[in-house]
Design a protein around this ligand. Structure first.
Ligand code: SF4
Length: 104
């Protein structure tokens, strides 16, 4: 796989620029699962606002998620209002899968 282009060291990187430097090995075994039935009762849905890579989003008013760009921050599990009801089950991907951080 070719290396990503080196960033311009004189440019201030945005969060999106930094995420764009990361590499991902997608784990087909789910490491985050969400009980979206529980999410229907969740007011405010804070998980929508804390994930820098937008794993969570609303489609036609329903919470949907895609772990492909997950940077394993874990903030979604911290802010989830219904963790106790099992709304989010969060773990790290298996070894060698998931995000690899690159700092340019
Ligand atoms: S915070 Fe938890 S319960 Fe609420 S929408 Fe997000 S995952 Fe579902």
């Amino acid at each position: 796989m070719p290396e990503p282009p080196k960033p311009d060291a004189s440019k201030v990187l945005t969060a999106d620029d930094r995420v764009g430097l990361d590499k991902f090995e997608f784990d087909e075994e789910p490491f985050i699962t969400v009980d979206t039935q529980v999410c229907r009762t969740c007011e405010g849905k804070p998980c929508l606002y804390v994930c820098p890579t937008k794993v969570y989003r609303l489609e036609k008013g329903e919470l949907v998620y895609n772990t492909e760009g997950c940077v394993e921050l874990g903030a979604c599990a911290v802010v989830c209002k219904h963790m106790g009801k099992g709304a989010i089950r969060w773990s790290y991907p298996r070894g060698s899968y998931g995000v690899g951080f690159r700092f340019g």
